[in-house]
Design a protein around this ligand. Structure first.
Ligand SMILES: NC(=O)c1ccc[n+]([C@@H]2O[C@H](COP(=O)([O-])OP(=O)(O)OC[C@H]3O[C@@H](n4cnc5c(N)ncnc54)[C@H](O)[C@@H]3O)[C@@H](O)[C@H]2O)c1
Length: 386
């Protein structure tokens, strides 16, 4: 017995839609013969590629042996054969697409952020509640091998009482004049939904919730370090969005302990780290540093006692004093792993654990981060209820 879910995939000509969702998730799921359901039967996927440019979309469909493609998103949303609507298009178009899809009774799976404003993000969560569809929002960072290991250390009680988290994210995004930029230009225009805070605080919210607990307050300083960039056509434009955000988050663990989290996010920083994002968690019984893939830890019993002495050069090999944390399992691509979980939830008629409400909290943190910077003060993060 095979059941097939037809997935209308919007935005698959984009970076994320193509690479992570089509190439690394849906096509591999299709080509591996689908997923095995708990009753032993098979769940297969049937992607429908959707985009504005017929030539481009048709070429992609042909290249990857996908039977169905379209330039008419609305028709695919309305199509009774469509089971799931997926969206990885531009952020500014997302709310309308998702709202329409859920109202048409379709399950939705979507890139983040779910909306440009908190009001719209909450509205989407309400529509989901009314329609009862299954909705999933990409929370890819929590599926990264490094963060899976970090979460395991939390579950094992490795840290004792968690004290703090510090995150360092970023790399140099080329301005586009001499070397082309490696990210789309809309990311640097506020009016097109761009900006570091809008882009990354929704990730940081679920990372912080998934590793530590609830975010109580935010204080952030955002800035546009590089005011002029060059777009895909080589034309100079004004970067109106923030390209860096320096945030401090007061948090509480489920056990009630206060934690200070601090995350630097910048597209104007050069990398002197092992990975493009790294999180260090310090606790009374031990510390760990996790990146995308790796995770190292240092228990209290193996913690050295450095002594500050500016007169002597550093000889202590600090990086060697950490233990590598093994995966002890095969960890698949995070995007694919979450897709698989979501598809099983759809079949089971269950809510997905990373839902539109979690996404709304991410949008909320981004909004409050921007407001905090603008107002020059720390802001409370109120609980969202539907
Ligand atoms: N989960 C993550 O780690 C992650 C990383 C990067 C981006 N994203 C999110 O993914 C989404 C896409 O980002 P991207 O980096 O792939 O951008 P992109 O510019 O590469 O892709 C955007 C897609 O939207 C389409 N599009 C652009 N303008 C349009 C318009 N006016 N009408 C209809 N379609 C239009 C493009 O054709 C393309 O398919 C964004 O919402 C972004 O926030 C998520």
């Amino acid at each position: 017995m095979t059941r097939t879910l037809r997935i209308a995939m919007n935005g698959i000509t984009g970076r994320m839609g193509y690479r992570q969702h089509l190439l690394r998730s849906i096509l591999p799921i299709r080509d591996q013969g689908g997923l095995t359901l708990p009753d032993g039967s098979t769940l297969q996927v049937e992607p429908v590629l959707i985009g504005r440019n017929a030539e481009k979309v048709q070429a992609l469909a042909k290249k990857h042996d996908v039977e169905h493609w379209s330039t008419d998103l609305d028709a695919e949303i309305a199509n009774p054969a469509t089971d799931i609507v997926f969206d990885a298009s531009m952020t500014s178009l997302r709310y309308a697409t998702l709202a329409k899809a859920m109202r048409a009774g379709k399950h939705i799976y979507t890139e983040k952020p779910t909306a440009e404003t908190l009001a719209e993000a909450i509205d989407l969560a309400r529509i989901r509640q009314e329609t009862g569809v299954t909705a999933g929002v990409v929370h890819d960072k929590l599926y990264l091998p490094g963060l899976v290991k970090l979460r395991r250390l939390v579950d094992e009680g490795f840290f004792g009482r968690i004290i703090s988290l510090r995150g360092e994210f970023g790399y140099w995004v080329w301005e586009g004049d001499v070397q082309s930029a490696q990210r789309p230009s809309w990311n640097y225009r506020k009016e097109d939904g761009g900006g570091m805070t809008t882009d990354m605080f929704c990730h940081w919210n679920y990372v912080l919730e998934g590793i530590i607990g609830r975010v109580d307050t935010v204080s952030s300083q955002t800035i546009t370090h590089i005011p002029t960039r060059w777009d895909e056509q080589g034309k100079a434009y004004e970067a109106t969005a923030d390209d860096a955000a320096y945030g401090i988050f007061q948090m509480t663990t489920p056990g009630g302990d206060p934690v200070i989290a601090q995350i630097n996010s910048s597209w104007a920083v050069r990398v002197h780290r092992d990975e493009l994002v790294e999180f260090q968690v310090d606790g009374t019984e031990g510390s760990a540093v996790a990146g995308l893939f790796g995770c190292v830890a240092q228990p209290r019993s193996a913690t050295p006692k450095p002594v500050w002495n500016p007169d002597l050069p550093t000889t202590e090999p600090f990086r060697d004093q950490w233990i590598d944390i093994p995966a002890n399992a095969e960890l698949a691509n995070g995007f694919k792993a979450q897709w698989e979980e979501f598809l099983l939830d759809v079949v089971a008629g269950k809510e997905h654990r990373f839902d539109l409400l979690s996404a709304a909290r991410g949008v909320q943190l981004a909004e409050l981060g921007l407001a905090s910077s603008e107002q020059g003060r720390r802001l409370d993060v109120p609980e969202i209820t539907l």
